[in-house]
Design a protein around this ligand. Sequence first.
Ligand SMILES: Cc1ncc(COP(=O)(O)O)c(C=O)c1O
Length: 398
Amino acid sequence: MGVDHQGPCFLVPGPVRMNDAVLAAMSKPVMTARGPEYRDVMAELNSLLRLAFNLSPSSLERGQESWSGDDGYRIIVVSGSGTAATEMSLANRLCQSDEILVPSNGKFGERVAQIAATFADCTHLKYDWGKSFDLEEIEQYLSTGAFEALAFCHNETSSGITQDAAALADLCKHHDVALLVDAITSVGGLPVHPQAWGAEAIIVGAQKCTAGPSGVSALAISDKWVTESKRRKEDDSANPSYYLDVHAALKKGSDDQTPWTPAINLTIGWVEALRVLSEEGLEERWNRCRTMAVGVRSLFSSLGFEFLADEGHRSDTVTAIMYPDGIDDAWRSRLQNEYQTYVIGAQDHLKGRMFRIGSMGETSIEEMVEGCERMLSCFRDHGLEIPDDVEVSSYFNR
Ligand SMILES: Cc1ncc(COP(=O)(O)O)c(C=O)c1O
């Protein structure tokens, strides 16, 4: 184990802590949006995003089609949080008469369904939060032949479950249905395989696993996605859109540009964060997130805590842990105020009943161990009987 962690422990599932180089990069003097200096930034950003999305490599240099690769995917950077990129992926790909199936088991899958219902004819299969999708039921729906697309939230941050993307992808391939994936807390933290899955669109938000700033996001779109969305546009059956019209973005990508003024300083910061990811290595980062999540799960289950998500599907970037009887969010406030340790509460109907620990971004294993030690102390302060000799670090085996 390295040097012990000092100072606050920031263990939330995004926005995550940004490192000093990212913060410094964002305070660079302004540059113009269309000049070579900024086009260098976009080229590097596109190339590093291809790495984060686990796509084929591209040049880091301007003028070299950094946004695209020989796997047929293109990167579109969006000035807006992950929801904007999700809207872009659905609004441009579908028209109102297209049928889309959206299974959900948490807040963000439900949001995918809301967005899908805005732009298409959406059937929402709502499972309980944290419960695995019923693949047989999904297959029954898809086998009707009615559906143009299936969209889902891969890593459900609200309930701590990761969906079996490969199984869903197989169903989509078998029934010739487009696959659209909210991977906002997956990309750069969990294995994603857009090409093997045959995903037509996959989305990331900068502020999550890539440890970039909030307010900027990206999607990777396949050639098929582009062809289908162009067809709808030419047919005049497209959903209305202007700012998020992907065809405006497609005209600028080869030139390392965006159609509208980009979020200049945010993207400069994101490049810096993605350089750290690239230096660490994508698989190494997946492994570090996994080591932290496995440690958290084994530690808390050994102490008798329960998890919201089904066993076998628990996420490696966010863990949702139920409060034991008699504990509520007062514990979380105390953890923050007295232990400078930040985790997040639950959303909607689960508010006050559980807490969530993020294991993403640049969080070190030392910080996670220290954070967990402080969580246990704070639970003791709240009257929970937890032995004093729990060897927290022994749960985090690299
Ligand atoms: C899985 C997932 N999808 C969507 C969102 C919404 O993204 P944003 O807040 O960046 O628009 C979040 C945010 O936490 C998320 O975790």
